[in-house]
Write a protein that binds this ligand. Sequence first.
Ligand code: AMP
Ligand code: GLY
Length: 425
Amino acid sequence: MNILILGGGGREHALAWAVVQNPKCDRLIVAPGNAGIARVAECAELDIEDSGAVVEFAEAQTVDFVIIGPEAPLAAGVADALRDAGILTFGPSQAAAQLEASKGFTKAVCDAANAPTAAYAKFDEPEPARAYIREQGAPIVVKADGLAAGKGVIVAMTEEEALAAIDDMFGGEFGAAGAEVVIEEFMEGEEASFFVLCDGENALPIGTAQDHKRVFDGDEGPNTGGMGAYSPAPVLTDAIVERAMAEIIRPTLAEMARRGTPYQGVLYAGFMIKDDQARLVEYNCRFGDPECQVLMMRLGGQVLDLLQAAAEGRLAEASVNWSDDHAMTVVMAAKGYPGAYEKGTVIAGLDDLPESATQMCFHAGTRTEGGKVLANGGRVLNLTARGASLQEARDRAYAMVEDLDWPDGFCRSDIGWRALGQASD
Ligand code: AMP
Ligand code: GLY
């Protein structure tokens, strides 16, 4: 099987690493890829948001199966174009990807599906939005409707903050993404992520994880794309997962099918957990990054069979071969991230790192030049390990951090604190 993965971050390195382990994979191309991906696959230059270019490339390379990593090509309809051209594709249609691309759309689907989530109201003008905030009081959550690179959500602890967020959003701070605004009840609890493969009709859970969004130890500092993750997330017990499948996931899939836009791909549900119940915070229509890295570490080569079964509508007959293990990934970022940071600094020590079924350094933003690996983004490396316990996975991941020689990078030292029962400071 010739396989094409679209994307070039740590998520796609982890997907590529898992997919090439499956004997069904004859040839793997990743576009655009990065320096780490180039060690396991061919990398190709391609504008992955240009449907025509992606279809042409896939046809020219006789690709049998395309796996779409990030949300931008999904929101641009690349999966539709590939399927129209008769190419098997893992990833939702543009219409189904609305579950991530529009917060208002997701809330409407939840209403129809009767899925537990925060109470909300939607506004396209500032004055009624302000009146609603004054009426509801704080804390309250203000969200730009559209994709805003993870920055369109303001959790306002005071009314003033919420009103300022309204001014920013309707003032154009988030461009078209902020033309409509969703205002939500503030939900208390512990957050965790849940990943489900979907084939339009059936849903197959493939794991739970917890991310660390803040940049510094102790969950301090600004939000990032994620500084580390581990799987499984102990807060998502089997009982909570079962209930969430019955109350949230399956009703969502049924509602999407009823609307004529069945959901095929991975559904990444962000849950808020309190009193043994999950409520939906948000959906994403792709794997989380860096959550994907820990899921791939745990699932390995079977991932290709599972993604293919989802794309072919055969999930009813698929099952996950679980092992009773734990995985952790620690993100190394360029100093300054998520603010301004330097690109092009040299990363040494990579050749000394182990590459095995239990320890991998997935590359996020890297490139090679003159035989050296250079940092090429904010989040740069994902030191990922598996173990019989979370502590063992943690020790293996941080041992790799110690072996790296990259003075211009940093990481959090407390990934996993919640599950390991450590203090966060
Ligand atoms: P989202 O992009 O919708 O996931 O929001 C980003 C983050 O904001 C979430 O991961 C939560 O930490 C927080 N958040 C979003 N909605 C709510 C809510 N209704 N109540 C509490 N926190 C929220
Ligand atoms: N790590 C969060 C995300 O991928 O959205």
